[in-house]
Write a protein that binds this ligand. Structure first.
Ligand code: DOR
Length: 441
């Protein structure tokens, strides 16, 4: 007797860890129930995806959604709307909100706010501080927690552990992989005078290569000393990439679409819109990060979606805020690199879904396989569009890619078998659930 499923995505092409091939995909109870030729099976709904590719749901492991406290820039609803409009099925959200996410109450508050309002899967990082270090072993194990995030250099918000002793104390007590913003705070302080008022191209002069490299060297040494696992966020220099290639036993590595796509020649046209921590640097560094992608050093992509209002961005440098939107443009920007032959589709899947699941031990996500959650980013690899500010669902309503042509577009975002975004419409709002992690099941 033919099997009956809830839904079958028919006639598509699946890109998975084992290659790219024609396959139907059946869903039952939110999970992938069968792959292959399902022409004889029946289902409550058949979705014809001929000509489209089904990718394991894209997981963006670094976003700032600003709720609570900074919701004039973004909130969990608008940020997750931007995510699903761009084909992202899940996000890890950062702790530099107000109040900071540094206690169990703050984490529970975020989970409660997310419930029924977030459109995609989600987890929240706990900020590691000098004050909460003793609590971190319990905090990092709470449901819905993505792990500990430490700012070693200051950025937006007041989270900061700038000293070796503080970082050592955190690494000694935690068990899960912790994520780091790696810029050397003492060096940033020493070099503040190099910021040229009104000239954002001095941003990477102030926050220079050595500030990033020095901090990453310190961080890796501390990880070795303590036997801890570290995840180094948003690598911005060729030097760090080469260095981290020698330390893959302790360190995993994130690259961002903006550090892979933009370079410092764009300060002339984008001005403070390009201002980000760590900074966008020269093409040599951009190419050094691509080297890390091609050589397998990079484990995951994260957008570091860091929205600020245009008004906040337009303050004269250096009063202008650091950060740009990115969660919605992640997929089309990276698929355009695929279209241009800089990245294989399989490696994109590795970086955007399998990689996050592997390094953060996410349960039941990261591949299209029977028994796994049916989280799918449905893409049209041939679709040519132009990114515009009008398309951006983030409350901040701007993107550094306004007017940029792309090739490759997410036409559907499917989460646990439900179509959440389809053809640019949000069709199943508010159904996102917390990620589950192997360490905290
Ligand atoms: O430019 C940045 N902005 N880098 C960060 O690490 C934080 C972010 C923000 O929250 O605005």
């Amino acid at each position: 007797m033919a099997e009956t499923y809830d839904r079958i995505f028919k006639n598509g092409t699946i890109a998975n860890q084992d290659g790219v091939h024609r396959s139907d995909l059946a869903v039952k109870d939110g999970k992938v129930a069968a792959l292959g030729d399902l022409s004889r099976a029946s289902a409550g709904e058949i979705v014809d995806v001929r000509g489209l590719h089904l990718l394991p749901g894209v997981i963006d492991t670094q976003v700032h959604f600003r709720e609570p406290g900074l919701t004039h820039k973004e909130d969990l609803e608008t940020g997750s709307r931007a995510a699903v409009m761009g084909g992202v099925t899940g996000v890890f959200e950062m702790p530099n909100t107000n109040p900071l996410t540094v206690t169990a109450e703050a984490l529970e508050d975020k989970l409660a706010r997310a419930n029924g309002r977030m459109h995609c899967e989600h987890a929240f990082f706990i900020g590691g501080t000098h004050e909460n270090v003793a609590d971190l072993p319990d905090l990092e194990r709470l449901p819905g927690c993505a792990g500990v995030k430490v700012f070693m250099g200051s950025s937006t918000g007041s989270l900061l552990v700038e000293d070796d002793e503080g970082v050592r104390n955190i690494l000694r007590v935690i068990r899960r992989r912790a994520a780091f913003h790696s810029e050397d705070e003492p060096r940033l302080n020493d070099r503040k005078h190099l910021r040229v008022p009104g000239d954002p191209s001095s941003h990477p002069v102030w926050r220079d290569v050595e500030a990033a490299m020095k901090c990453t060297r310190r961080l890796v040494a501390l990880a070795r000393e303590t036997g801890a696992r570290i995840h180094v966020l948003h690598i911005s220099t060729a030097e760090e990439m080469r260095f981290l290639a020698d330390h893959k036993d302790v360190a995993t590595v994130e690259a961002t679409p903006h550090h892979l796509t933009l370079d410092d020649t764009l300060y002339a046209t984008l001005g403070t819109k390009l201002q980000m921590n760590p900074p966008v640097r020269s093409a040599l560094h951009r190419d050094g990060i691509w080297w890390g992608v091609h050589q397998g050093v990079v484990d995951v992509l994260g957008s570091d979606h860091a929205p600020h209002t245009l008004e906040e961005k337009e303050h004269p440098y250096p009063e202008s805020h650091s950060g740009m939107t990115g969660v919605q443009t992640y997929v089309p920007i990276m698929l355009t690199h695929v279209a241009h032959g800089r990245l294989s589709l399989e490696r994109f899947v590795d970086l955007s879904s399998a990689g996050p699941a592997r390094i953060f031990n996410i349960a039941s996500k990261g591949r299209l396989a029977v028994g796994f959650d049916a989280d799918i980013t449905v893409v049209d690899l041939k679709k040519k569009k132009t990114i515009t500010n009008q398309w951006i669902a983030s409350r901040s309503q701007w993107t550094p890619y306004d007017g940029v042509p792309v090739e490759g577009w997410a036409v559907g975002t499917v989460i646990r078998g439900q179509r959440v975004m389809w053809d640019g419409e949000l069709v199943t709002p508010g159904a996102g659930a917390p990620f589950r992690f192997l360490e905290t099941l």
